[in-house]
Design a protein around this ligand. Structure first.
Ligand code: C2E
Ligand code: MG
Ligand code: MG
Ligand code: MG
Length: 278
């Protein structure tokens, strides 16, 4: 847009917005075409049961391979996509892809796998999340209980009546829910009893310090206890070493995800990892 308006306008953007603003503008503009140009793809990170060591699920993580910039992190482009509404078509595309992929793995012999998909607050405000989920399940044939939606604490607390209604409809279908980055948001846990959540994902920042920082360890222990007292599972994110894994295990943490087990993988790599792992 800036270029169409001529050189002066371009300079205006440059001077007033700075490099960061320009990059945001580039991301917002070019993200519109990223789906149709096949620049978006999905990686999958294994999640394991800490008691049995068995694979229990994968988290789907969105990637953008930009032709000039290379790989752009979702931490950077998801907020941009949320601010211009692009998150809706992108999330709908991802939901379809993930369900298709999970169904394909199921047919290739990967049993009892739950695929977890990150959700944005915008999906609860705009669009029709229930219809999109139902459609993705129907067209892929994936059973609803093999799909998990990851929410964040802040999503449950903004506009919570509306969110609760949508969650109840999805729950009726059989969808699972987890709370991502748990412990970083609101520490008021009263809301846990009002939402149909299945799992708490302990934020990486606490997991990172578990072996050396007594405060982090105390926080992780309380989140596990909290999860269990509500009959929920606890999963630790960002597990990078054996020492942390054994502390988590000794503290009854149910599941783990992190570089210790596997980095996020391309779909084909995941099948190889699975065949080698089992
Ligand atoms: P998240 O959902 O909390 O995802 C976990 C992030 O930690 C991922 O980063 C993952 O690659 C990284 N990670 C996993 N294991 C380890 C580890 O052992 N050590 C370290 N240092 N990092 C680890 P990623 O893929 O860059 O995603 C960042 C965030 O972007 C996600 O955080 C999520 O909030 C958002 N995101 C990713 N995909 C989607 C999506 O499809 N939709 C939405 N709405 N958000 C997404
Ligand atoms: Mg997540
Ligand atoms: Mg997380
Ligand atoms: Mg996060």
């Amino acid at each position: 847009k800036a270029k169409e308006d001529g050189r002066n306008t371009y300079r205006f953007y440059h001077n007033s917005m700075g490099k960061q603003g320009l990059r945001l503008l580039m991301i917002q503009t070019e993200l519109r075409e990223a789906i149709s140009k096949n620049q978006l793809f999905i990686q999958y990170q294994p999640q394991l049961d800490l008691k049995t060591g068995k694979l229990i699920g994968v988290e789907a993580l969105l990637r953008w391979n930009h032709p000039k910039e290379g790989l752009i992190s979702p931490a950077e482009f998801i907020p941009a996509a949320e601010s211009n509404g692009m998150i809706i078509p992108i999330s709908n595309w991802l939901l379809q892809e993930v369900c298709k992929q999970a169904m394909q793995w199921k047919q290739q012999g990967v049993a009892n796998l739950v695929v977890a998909v990150n959700c944005s607050a915008v999906q609860f405000r705009q669009g029709d999340l229930v219809a999109e989920v139902r459609q993705a399940l129907e067209s892929s044939g994936l059973p609803a209980h093999e799909l998990e939606l990851e929410l964040t604490e802040s999503m449950l607390l903004q506009d919570s009546e509306r969110v609760m209604k949508i969650m109840a409809q999805l729950k009726t279908l059989g969808i699972k829910f987890s709370i991502d980055d748990f412990g970083t948001g609101y520490s008021n846990m009263a809301y846990l009893k009002r939402f149909a959540v299945d799992k708490l994902k302990i934020d990486q920042s606490f997991v990172k310090g578990i072996a050396n920082n007594p405060n982090d360890k105390a926080i992780v222990q309380s989140i596990i206890a909290l999860a269990h007292s509500f009959n929920l599972k606890a999963i630790a994110e960002g597990v990078e070493d054996c020492a942390s894994a054994s502390i988590l295990s000794a503290n009854q943490c149910d599941e783990a995800q992190g570089y210790l087990y596997s980095k996020p993988l391309y779909a084909t790599e995941f099948l190889q990892w699975f065949n080698g792992y089992n």
